[in-house]
Design a protein around this ligand. Structure first.
Ligand SMILES: NC(=O)c1ccc[n+]([C@@H]2O[C@H](COP(=O)([O-])OP(=O)(O)OC[C@H]3O[C@@H](n4cnc5c(N)ncnc54)[C@H](O)[C@@H]3O)[C@@H](O)[C@H]2O)c1
Length: 334
């Protein structure tokens, strides 16, 4: 199979590319990535010379670029490229609307033109909004809270409309919060771990009682792999780790693992519109395909901590700004 992966230099995309190339010796992958502040070629350093892997630096908003890549006739697209950080979307929604909605539209049009056999659209549980009770099912209405989540919801609907109107073979995954290696250190668990390694405090929003369901990124990669091969066209599949914890509990676990006390917690003013709890019902992907997360939360968390301890040369240049200076000066003011 020939795959086009968008946003493959980011956190989940890079883990997915590595997973696919190692698992399927016959597969070839082209990674189309703009290398925004969040895209990092170092995420794929170990496989960048594989003959079955090709990298194109380009923007999904540029139709001509997308057309050139599509003219190589991939069998399927796995679309990760997005602006992905909620706090940034609150600061400025512009790039989120452009990349997440308009960029997805450009890809859908190209997929239609080249009669792609499969379009896997990577979405998020945040499109459902917050829930105090019970998990969301795939058929529930979308009630996103942040500009990030609403731009993802809009792209889901657009993708679905291309299935309904043009029979484009779209499948959508909506996963809960991922964690694992190569996650940009602005995201909660990565920021917390790297701060503790740097002997700094962990900023914690509000009362710390917001609940997220954590999914180890490699379990998500297996779910996406499954949906790519077996997912039914026009369907949505929720993917969750079944690890619901209030943020304060995550912080407590990290303090415990890294031998620090509660003085390393710094309560900060809550994020506007901060969703209280996300939860997805994953019965559909479990029952249809037998997918389930393989790693226990605590074991995966320890792996992630160890990865950040052993890969300081990956995250320290990002946190210090050296990385931005090198790859994306224009993004420093986001
Ligand atoms: N991280 C999570 O917990 C999570 C959970 C659910 C869903 N998702 C979704 O998964 C996808 C990947 O998330 P992530 O955490 O890996 O994000 P990320 O921010 O780490 O990576 C995004 C990648 O997309 C690239 N990109 C951004 N704009 C682009 C453009 N215009 N053209 C080409 N490339 C562009 C970036 O350079 C980067 O490599 C996103 O669609 C996100 O909404 C993420």
């Amino acid at each position: 199979m020939n795959l086009l992966v968008t946003g493959g230099s980011g956190f989940i995309g890079s883990n997915f590319i590595r997973h696919m190339l190692n698992k399927y010796p016959g597969y070839r992958i082209i990674n189309l990535d703009k290398l925004t502040y969040a895209g990092n070629p170092a995420n794929l350093r170990d496989i960048e010379n594989y003959p079955r892997y090709g990298f194109v630096r380009g923007d999904i908003l540029e139709e001509a670029v997308v057309d050139v890549v599509m003219s190589r006739r991939p069998d399927a697209i796995v679309h990760f490229a997005a602006q992905s950080h909620v706090d940034r979307s609150i600061h400025s929604a512009h790039d989120f609307v452009r990349t997440n909605i308009v960029g997805t539209h450009v890809l859908l049009e190209a997929a239609k033109k080249y009669k792609i056999e499969r379009f896997v659209h990577i979405s998020t549980d945040e499109v459902y909004g917050s829930t105090d009770e019970g998990p969301f099912r795939e058929t529930d209405i979308l009630k996103p809270s942040s500009p990030y989540a609403s731009s993802k919801a809009a792209s889901d609907l657009l993708a679905f409309s291309f299935f309904k109107t043009f029979n484009l073979p779209v499948v959508i995954t909506r996963s809960s919060n991922n964690f694992g290696p190569y996650q940009y250190p602005e995201k909660f668990i990565s920021l917390a771990i790297t701060n503790l390694i740097e002997d700094k405090k962990i900023p914690l929003y509000g009362d710390g009682r917001n609940v997220r369901d954590w999914l180890y990124v490699l379990d998500n990669c297996e779910a996406i792999d499954t949906v790519l091969h077996k997912g039914r066209e026009g369907e949505v599949y929720n993917v969750g780790g079944g690890n619901e914890y209030p943020n304060i509990d995550i912080v407590t676990m990290l303090l415990d693992e890294l031998g620090k006390d509660e003085s390393y917690i710094e309560y900060v003013e809550d994020r506007p519109g901060h969703d209280r709890r996300y939860a997805v019902d994953t019965t559909k992907i479990r029952e249809e395909f037998g997918w389930q997360p393989k790693r226990s939360f605590r074991e995966a968390l320890r792996d992630k901590i160890a990865w950040y301890q052993n890969n300081e040369d990956w995250w320290r240049p990002i946190k210090s700004g050296e990385f931005l200076d090198y790859y994306g000066k224009q993004y420093q003011n986001i």
